[in-house]
Design a protein around this ligand. Structure first.
Ligand code: TPP
Ligand code: MG
Length: 471
């Protein structure tokens, strides 16, 4: 360590000499700062100055100059270390595994859909609120019908977002269409908000000829270039390091946009979660990480998933600003995501949001959650903490929504989704040859062999394939 210090000191001295930087001394204040509220954040001067001093410094040469300069007046009570001075202590004190108080959960609406007085939030206009509510209702209808279609054997698989409608829609509403979304799989509402049509949802689930993924993915693995929405990928958490890369590329191109990635509580146990956060922090990439903490990862309860105070505390460990938010409160989600994306883009930094919610439905159509969780627990979240009902009460109390609007939106959505499903079901499947295209410029020999093998199989067992099916 001593050798390392003296070597870097020599480099810095020679740089200082060669570049004539001897007079540079940047004064830093490392004293602790209070937490910031949204209103403070909106005051640009307060926010930028204070945050700069809160961040741990990088080891760039310019900053090392400062470090060495300061070492001339070394304080024996401090360790002069790259990244900032560290105070010494004679007390052998381990940092506790968690703070005595859990990180509070930011909310704006109470359970009855009333705004809690003195709430710090970004106002939502009538037009936006109605649009958000309409999308939540449409998402509910869509989930219900597709789920039933799977039960009838018309599609092979489905995943609902029941209970997580506020995270889906309010986060989407808070983003700019240029922000690039890298989803997990329980966020179809973001794509719905961005204009992916009900027909496109149906085409993907039926894997027909019109599906942009050419029928090659399982149902619910939606994706759309047009909507800046990466295709859902089954392996959990792979989207996080990718999001760090997308954010960094937006930064290099000086785009007024960020990457936004979603992950579940279970996904945070993957190495990719940690790699993604660390990459984004170190590269100062504009990425908003949204973790939907819905209590369960299939049948694994969060108490078996981690021992930390949820996910929010993990942000600080990586040097990422973080907030815990009530994921069933659409106004809180909207405000937190909007503020986070503003910080990400303006300050070129990642931000982590932990949205507390509950997966009301089964994990997927391959799961029966009554086998591992209490019916009362599901019922409580379905009825007492329902995000759609809560937001509806607020919109209704404002006089922006009526019973008539309610039945109209639901019956229209129902009609359109049924029509979309009927059409999607009738369309042909993509030709099997498509299975072997797109990955390689020139098809390799092993794929040619597999294509031939499949052709022979279809010819040998035509009864296993739709009538008239050809490769
Ligand atoms: C790398 C990897 N491991 C395991 C799985 C199987 N798997 C699919 S979903 C899931 C649970 C994920 O839970 P969570 O991240 O909390 O999301 P939620 O389903 O609750 O929205 C698991 C283990 C997978 N798809 N990928
Ligand atoms: Mg989960």
């Amino acid at each position: 360590m001593a050798i390392w210090f003296s070597r870097s000191r020599n480099i810095v001295f020679s740089l200082r000499h060669n570049l004539n930087l001897s007079g540079i001394l940047i004064k830093r204040d490392y004293s602790p700062r209070p937490a910031f509220t949204n209103s403070q954040l909106s005051s640009k001067s307060v926010c930028l100055d204070s945050f700069t001093s809160l961040r741990h410094e990088s080891t760039a040469v310019e900053k090392q100059l400062d470090l060495v300069q300061q070492s001339d007046e070394e304080d024996p009570q401090e360790l002069n270390f790259p990244g900032g001075k560290v105070g010494y202590t004679s007390e052998m004190k381990f940092i506790p595994e968690s703070s005595s108080l859990r990180v509070p959960c930011y909310r704006v609406l109470d359970e009855d859909g009333r705004i809690i007085s003195n709430s710090d939030y970004i106002p939502v206009s009538e037009k936006l609120a109605v649009r958000m509510y309409e999308h939540m209702a449409t998402l509910q209808v869509m989930d219900h019908i597709f789920y039933e279609a799977q039960r009838q054997g018309r599609i092979s698989f489905f995943i609902t977002a029941v209970g997580e409608e506020a995270i889906n829609i309010a986060s989407a509403a808070a983003l700019s269409p240029d922000d690039v979304v890298l989803p997990q799989y329980r966020e179809p509402g973001v794509l719905l908000w961005r204009g992916f049509t009900l027909q496109e949802f149906a085409n993907q689930c039926f894997g027909n000829k019109a599906d942009r993924g050419k029928g090659r993915q399982m149902p619910v693995h939606y994706g759309s270039n047009r909507h800046n929405f990466f295709t859902v990928s089954s392996p959990i958490a792979t989207q996080l390091p990718q999001a760090a890369g997308v954010g960094y590329s937006l930064k290099m191109e000086k785009k007024n946009a960020c990457a936004v990635t979603f992950i579940g509580d279970g996904g945070t146990s993957e190495g990719d979660f940690h790699a993604g956060l660390n990459f984004a922090a170190v590269m100062e990439a504009p990425v908003v990480f949204i973790c939907r903490n819905n209590g369960w990862a299939i049948s694994t309860h969060i108490s078996e998933q981690f021992r930390s105070d949820g996910i929010v505390v993990k942000g600080q460990a990586y040097g990422i600003r973080s907030i815990r938010v009530d994921g069933n409160d659409a106004l809180a989600v909207y405000s937190a995501v909007r503020s986070a994306r503003e910080m990400a883009v303006k300050e070129q930094r990642p931000v982590l949001i932990e949205a507390m919610t509950y997966r009301v439905g089964h994990h997927s159509t391959s799961d029966d959650s009554t086998k591992y969780r209490a019916a009362d627990e599901i019922q409580y979240w379905k009825m007492s903490r329902n995000p759609v009902n809560r937001f509806r009460k607020w919109v209704e109390d404002n006089g922006w929504w009526s019973e008539e609007d309610e039945s109209k939106i639901r019956s229209n959505a129902r009609k359109q989704i049924l029509q979309a499903i009927q059409a999607a079901e009738k369309w042909d499947k993509p030709p099997l040859t498509e299975l072997f295209s797109d990955v390689y410029d020139v098809k390799p020999k092993n794929l040619e062999e597999q294509e031939l093998g499949l052709k022979e199989l279809v010819e040998k067992q035509p009864q296993d394939y739709p009538p008239g099916f050809q490769i």
